[in-house]
Design a protein around this ligand. Structure first.
Ligand code: NDP
Length: 609
């Protein structure tokens, strides 16, 4: 039987590149980026670094209020899309005695905090902005910028009358199950005494910023901030740029992920000098945004948005669809790989899985060759262009789409500082940053270094949840997530979480949040309308779901990720705990599981008392 390399050589006849050499190049680049510290290379924003999370540069007015002393049905923690969607879906069930808590001053979650210049969603607005049909809103463009998305969160909140239930500028400090009284005691930094029958934690997968553990970080005497707390007082300007206060400043930005790709052009436009510290280049493809065609939008039939979202997920999962409705950069690569997987050469007999996968790999190589060629066609300096080329497969990291990023490197005041050799910035000094043995003196360092998205569960939130018998949720999850459907856990009665583990993950996060919100409001309504008031997930049901998640894990995805250059998508290249992954068959299959569970009507796996 032919081995992979032999099949690859057979399939590569007629290609204008050598796939075997390309594969070796990818392996080489991955290996030199593997950092022995794994996820531990990042610093948690606590203690002296807490200001990176706690400072709110967007507060217009401090809320002054007395501590709450209330009994409520539901405490929703987090006023981002998961909290908003849950509030909306609870309202739809006639449940109104709830509060939504958030440290921010308004609804929005990630879109409240991420106001950096150029912030935009790279999932098309017709899929990403939820409840378009219900709110009657037509997005301005195919890809919405942050202010429009932020505004839409407020539109939904108004539409479902969520403002009277919002408790802003309030940080949760602990959530504790009161065994005697059978409610959750929710404590806050404002001394609130909130007793809630149910708790829903929707704190968001991208809410806690993280910092790189670069030696000397605390020594820097200049200005610093994380992109999710953009300091417009310091930079001047607004979301559209014109960061005029940087005209006499030397600025460093660390990181070149999805966030940096969007804000670097605006920094380059105004800073006296911009240094972009890169460890791994992103894949930057064409954005090609366009205004919404009003006629097309108005012609959509009821139910179109749900159908479009499912179509998008199907295309990304390689499921057969009659038509790719979204047709963008995401679906382009998925389609190409999908077609390649299904193609058989004329002399093929049996469908050979290895050959199928290799065809997919070749389609991926082709796509990434285009991405790299695009760098050459835009960036004038050959040396810089070479450094900006990503040497890994598409989807190893979140692909980006931007028309302004690459041309920024043609500006004389912008310098790309590649830090691959030292696996990141070497040191931070009082005056600046050291890379390649050279010190770059700067006035300001901006951290575009991402979020605690896939780190240990305990690091992803800044408060503890204490269930039955005084057990911390994070002790219960010490060996990995333990849930039913990613949302309920044994020992934590009347409690839900909305996250990205053990459920149907999609790059279109809002679709996933909405599906979970529908499900959670169903469960609460069922429990509330019966004779009982408390549900608890049984240990057996929890174990069964954990086992199902492990057994149905997407082996191909896991093998793919193991070969990828490190990042938070693959746990920085260290071995992944299968228990922490999303439901392998994907979001559409996951929704079918939820729907069947609801249709069964018996609240299977829950014990009521
Ligand atoms: P990421 O985690 O994607 O990127 C962090 C960056 O910091 C990487 O380039 C990383 O390099 C770099 N870095 C980390 N440590 C060091 C170091 N010691 N020295 C030098 N560089 C370092 O964060 P983002 O904020 O860019 O994106 C996070 C997520 O937010 C995205 O995946 C996406 O889900 C979401 N997002 C979505 C957008 C959208 O359009 N919908 C837009 C923006 C963000 P390396 O790659 O080598 O680890």
């Amino acid at each position: 039987m032919a081995n992979d390399t032999e099949i690859l050589e057979k399939l590569s006849k007629g290609l204008d590149y050598d796939p075997v050499a390309l594969r070796k190049k990818y392996d080489y680049e991955r290996d030199r980026r593997l950092k022995k510290e794994g996820s531990e290379q990042y610093l948690e924003v606590s203690e002296e670094l807490a200001r990176f999370e706690n400072d709110d540069p967007y507060v217009e007015e401090e809320i002054v209020r007395d501590p709450l002393d209330v009994d409520i049905d539901v405490a929703i923690i987090g006023a981002g899309f998961s909290g908003i969607m849950t509030g909306a879906r609870l309202s739809g069930k006639g449940i109104s005695n709830f509060r939504i808590f958030d440290a921010a001053s308004d609804f929005g979650g990630t879109w409240y905090w991420n106001r950096y210049p150029g912030a935009q969603c790279d999932v098309e607005s017709y899929c990403y902005l939820p409840l378009l049909e219900e709110t009657g809103y037509m997005p301005k463009e195919k890809y919405s910028f942050a202010p429009e998305i932020y505004e839409h969160t407020q539109r939904i909140a108004k539409h479902f009358d969520l403002y009277p239930r919002a408790v802003f500028q309030t940080r949760i400090t602990e959530v504790r199950w009161d065994e005697d009284n059978q409610y959750w005691q929710v404590s806050t930094n404002r001394g609130d005494d909130v007793r809630a029958k149910f708790v829903i934690q929707g704190t968001g997968p991208l809410s806690r910023p993280k910092l790189p553990g670069i030696p000397g970080l605390e020594n820097f005497k200049g200005h610093t901030f994380h992109t999710c707390r953009w300091d417009y007082d310091y930079t001047g300007g607004d979301h559209e740029g014109n960061l005029h206060k940087l005209a006499d400043k030397k600025v460093a930005i660390i990181g070149t992920g999805s966030t940096a790709i969007q804000c670097v052009p605006y920094l380059g436009e105004t800073a006296e000098q911009l240094y972009v510290f890169q460890r791994t280049p992103s894949s930057v493809d064409l954005r090609g945004n366009k205004p919404t065609d009003e006629n097309w939008f108005k012609a959509q039939k009821p139910g179109w948005q749900r159908e479009r979202r499912a179509n998008f997920s199907s295309v990304l999962l390689g499921e057969p669809v009659a038509e790719d409705l979204v047709q963008d950069g995401w679906t382009d690569i998925a389609n190409r790989v999908g077609v390649a997987l299904m193609t058989r050469s004329e002399d093929d007999g049996e469908l050979d899985i290895s050959e199928m996968l290799l065809r997919g790999e070749l389609a991926d190589f082709g796509k990434m060759n285009e991405v790299r060629a695009r760098v050459d066609s835009i960036v004038e300096s050959d040396e810089t262009a070479e450094k900006l080329k990503p040497w890994y497969r598409q989807f190893c990291k979140r692909p980006t789409f931007n028309d302004l990023y690459l041309p920024t490197f043609n500006r004389p005041n912008v310098k790309l500082v590649d830090t691959t050799e030292t696996q990141g910035v070497e040191r931070i000094t009082e005056k600046g940053l050291v890379a390649g043995g050279e010190e770059y003196e700067v006035d300001c360092i901006i951290f575009a270094t991402g979020f605690e998205a896939t780190s240990e569960p305990r690091r992803r939130v800044d408060f503890d949840t204490i269930g039955r018998g005084g057990q911390s949720l994070y002790d219960h999850w010490v060996d990995g997530f333990r849930t039913l459907h990613g949302i309920m856990s044994h020992g934590f009665p009347n409690w839900f979480t909305i996250g990205i583990n053990q459920n149907g993950l999609s790059p279109n996060f809002t679709a996933m949040f909405d599906d979970l919100a529908i499900h959670i409001s169903y469960v609460i309504n069922e429990v509330q309308s019966g004779e009982n008031s408390v549900f608890e997930l049984t240990a057996d049901a929890e174990q069964a779901w954990v086992s199902e998640v492990i057994e149905t894990t997407n082996v191909m995805r896991n093998q793919f990720m193991a070969q990828c250059t490190p990042g938070f998508f693959n746990h920085e290249g260290s071995k992944e705990n299968l228990q922490n992954l999303p439901y392998g068959p994907g979001i559409n299959a996951f929704n079918a599981v939820l729907q069947a569970w609801r249709e069964d009507g018996s609240l299977k796996g829950l014990q009521l008392s």
